[in-house]
Write a protein that binds this ligand. Structure first.
Ligand SMILES: Cc1cc2nc3c(=O)[nH]c(=O)nc-3n(C[C@H](O)[C@H](O)[C@H](O)COP(=O)(O)OP(=O)(O)OC[C@H]3O[C@@H](n4cnc5c(N)ncnc54)[C@H](O)[C@@H]3O)c2cc1C
Length: 294
């Protein structure tokens, strides 16, 4: 087994927000055999955390206890067979969107603006512009804590809004999607359009984590989306330390440079508390917060 193991490994460089303490042990496996080997050897009580490219994560300042797994490029292959697209869990969503479009398949272009991996997309039911992972997902593969390969159906995933039923210690390794027949030039043009729209409306060049909060149930929020809720309590541009709610998109947090995870989390909690007090409903975090406080 040739797996890279790093002890006390800083995790901030592995996240978009660039915050957080170290993992006790970080593994970067590059093959199914290596991954299965690591999992088989984990003591039963060892805490296990899986990360993708950290585009939806705040790792807390005290780091993550136990073992953290981040899949290496060996899990990044994308292949097209007829109308089916199969992607390794470390493949970037954007790569899947582009490969499908180039092959003249329609339906997966929405992935181009989501900066995560297919593993993160499956776990989170990532979606944008009316498309969601669940719309095209056929089946998935994963490896469990005993090192066994598990096959997942759409029913097993039980996708809901930015949520699936994947247990936190199951390592997703591959997804297969069904796409529709399309015209390559048209799909590639849609990709350019989505990228231009993202650039204009989201702080994608900043250290950010995407949508901070899920959209609340419109029946409860009087139709306000998450960004409208943040705006309604004066949260746009709010600052805690070097953490800030973006001026460009009120539901995106950014690290202006030296923010800690605690700054980001307390900024989010201050918005949640104002929404609760002033608007009378809960905003639920979409960003996953992992690990121990400093
Ligand atoms: C600028 C920007 C724009 C964004 N826009 C969107 C958007 O339009 N729509 C949207 O849905 N999201 C959006 N996001 C959020 C984010 O990109 C998605 O949630 C993405 O799916 C997360 O993937 P990741 O690889 O970064 O996962 P991470 O952030 O690393 O992890 C997210 C969750 O997935 C789990 N996970 C990751 N990989 C695996 C795996 N292999 N096996 C098991 N569990 C795993 C982690 O444990 C964690 O619970 C945006 C983020 C940014 C920074």
């Amino acid at each position: 087994m040739t797996v890279r193991l790093m002890k006390n490994a800083p995790l901030a460089p592995y996240t978009w927000l660039r915050v957080g303490g170290p993992a006790d042990r970080l593994y970067l496996p590059n093959s199914e055999e290596d991954l299965a080997g690591i999992l088989r050897e984990l003591p039963d009580k060892e805490p296990l955390t899986i990360v993708g490219v950290g585009s939806n994560l705040i790792v807390r300042d005290g780091g993550i206890e136990g073992t953290v797994i981040r899949l290496g490029p060996g899990f990044g292959k994308v292949s097209v067979d007829g109308s089916k697209v199969t992607a390794g869990a470390a493949a970037l969503d954007a790569k899947v969107a582009k490969e499908a479009a180039k092959a003249g398949l329609a339906g997966l272009t929405f992935y181009v603006g989501i900066p995560g991996t297919i593993g993160g997309a499956m776990k989170m039911n990532a979606g944008a512009y009316g498309g969601e992972t669940k719309d095209h997902f056929v089946s998935g593969r994963a490896i469990d804590r005993k090192g066994r390969i598990v096959t997942l159906t759409a029913e097993d995933m039980n996708f809901r809004y930015r949520h699936s039923d994947v247990p936190d210690d199951l390592v997703l390794i591959e997804a297969t999607y069904e796409a529709r027949k399309g015209i390559a030039e048209e799909e590639l043009a849609k990709i350019d359009e989505i990228m231009a729209k993202r650039e204009a409306t989201q702080p994608i060049r900043e250290k950010t984590g995407g949508s901070t909060f899920k959209n609340p149930d419109p029946g409860v929020s009087g139709g306000r989306s998450a960004w409208q809720s943040v705006d309604a309590v004066g949260g746009r541009g709010r600052v805690v330390g070097d953490a800030m709610m973006s001026e460009l998109h009120a539901n995106f947090m950014i690290n202006r440079g030296k923010a800690t995870a605690a700054d980001l989390e307390s900024l989010g909690e201050s918005i949640r508390s104002d929404v609760r007090a002033q608007l009378g409903y809960e905003l639920e975090w979409e960003i996953k917060r992992l690990g121990r406080p400093a």
